[in-house]
Every structure is written in C-alpha cells, then in structure tokens.
Design a protein around this ligand. Structure first.
Ligand code: TMP
Length: 237
C-alpha cells in the first residue's frame, strides 16, 4: 500500500492518502496536548502504544459485532484504515464520575454510577468542543436521528465489551471518548482511536491512574503508566 501525500495533521496523528481512494494511512505521533491544545508536551513511545492498543481493541470490537475503520496494522506507528467522513461529535460514555462531569455537577471523582451515561460534544476547536444534545446535533445536521441512534447503540455496546475486557486486566474503565465516521455508502463505523489518550483507566486495586490524566494533571510517570496498561492488555488479549 503506497503512502501518498499528507491529508491532515491532528494533535496526535497524521493522516495520509493512499493509492486506494477508500483507504487512508494513520501515523501516530508522541505529541500530547490538553485543554484544547493549550498544554503541549511529548509522551515518549505513546504513538506506538496507542497504535497497537487501538488496533487490538478495535479487532475485538469487530468480533463483537461493532464495525470499525480498522483494516491492517502496517508498522509500529502506522495503520491502514477505511476512509470515513467523521461525524463531528465526541461521544463520551461514563461509568464512574471523573473529569468534567465531576466539575460540572459537583460530584466526587470515583462515584460509581447506577448506570452508564452518554454525552456528546460538538467537535469544534474554535468553540472548545462544547457539550451538545442529540436534538441540537440533529437540528444542525451533524448527524441524522437514525445515525445518532446507531451511534448510541454502538457506544454503549463498546462500553460493555471494553469494561469486561479491562476488568480481566485488573483495570477499571472509568470513561472514554469515541468518534464515528461514515463510509462512502453511509455505513456508520467506529473511527479515530481507543487508547489511554481517550479513556480513563484506573488500576482496579490501587486506583492509580493509568491514562492521559497523568499528563493533563502533571502527576508524573506518564510513560510508565502507558507502558503498564499496554503490558496488562498484552497479557490478556
Ligand atoms: P472529560 O471528563 O474531560 O470530559 O473527559 C471524558 C473522557 O473523554 C476521558 O476519558 C478523556 C476523553 N477525552 C478525549 O478523548 N479528548 C478530549 O479532548 C477530552 C476533553 C476528553
């Protein structure tokens, strides 16, 4: 598969065209940002871990009936994916209160919810990815009502699969963000990545944070946490 010109560079990944118009190559970087790009840094080795972790988790989700953009891992940092047009919604599922939820509603981090929650943010850096509800998203034609129903169903399904898998690894899935895209025929598939950048992962025994909150909150041992959580995954996949 020939890697052609760069289509796009995001905060954590670069995307390249290929000789097949339906396929793209994603190249994972070690760059890390937080707070809408205000905080910048490097997490050495993150690109390799996020690439491999996302690919392994997406293959598991495919087996569980959730369609994804994953095609084939090409190298440590590069993956061949189906070209999608991204639905401009960040889909956030939470099992336990943390982060912006705790802040917004004054709920202590760590409160286990009676049932998982879903929320959407409008993917728009200029506006700082504001919270949006599904009626607003449909009204603004970010997605149809039918697409939003499909996205909700997949997002809760992903949560059940990932919660069970991480639990086998001794890791608690607190919350995560996923993004979906449309293939050229309109099929909705899971896109972007699933990694410690996009999930909150706590050690089930000690509660130690094994995700990007170590970078966001200057907790130290960022690389060690990414390596630890990847090792746990590799032992159970
Ligand atoms: P939040 O509590 O800051 O809203 O984050 C919820 C989840 O979404 C958490 O697992 C981290 C993830 N996330 C992203 O993947 N990208 C982002 O830009 C933000 C703000 C959060």
């Amino acid at each position: 598969m020939e890697k052609k010109e760069q289509l796009y560079e995001g905060k954590a990944k670069k995307v390249f065209l290929t000789d097949d118009p339906e396929l793209l190559i994603v190249d994972y970087k070690d760059d890390a940002t937080a707070f809408n790009g205000l905080k910048k840094g490097t997490i050495v080795g993150k690109g390799v871990i996020n690439n491999k972790m996302s690919n392994l988790l997406m293959q598991r989700l495919e087996k569980a009936g959730i369609p994804t953009h994953f095609v084939r891992e090409l190298s440590d940092r590069e993956t061949l994916v189906k070209k999608v047009s991204i639905v401009p919604l960040e889909v956030i599922i939470r099992n336990i209160a943390a982060g912006s939820f705790s802040k917004r509603y004054g709920v202590e981090e760590g409160k286990v919810f009676a049932c998982p929650t879903i929320e959407f943010s409008y993917k728009n850096d200029d506006l700082g990815d504001p919270l949006i509800n599904s009626y607003h998203a449909a009204a603004l034609e970010l997605a149809t009502e039918e697409e939003i129903e499909t996205i909700k169903k997949y997002a809760f399904g992903i949560n059940e699969q990932l919660k069970a898998f991480w639990s086998e690894c001794g890791v608690t899935l607190v919350d995560f963000k996923v993004e979906f895209g449309r293939l050229s025929d309109g099929t909705i598939v899971l896109a972007d990545e699933i990694s410690p950048d996009t999930c909150r992962l706590w050690d089930s025994e000690t509660g130690m944070k094994l995700d990007k909150d170590r970078f966001r909150r200057d907790l130290g041992n960022v690389e060690d946490a990414y390596t630890e959580v990847m090792n746990r995954l590799m032992q159970h996949i």
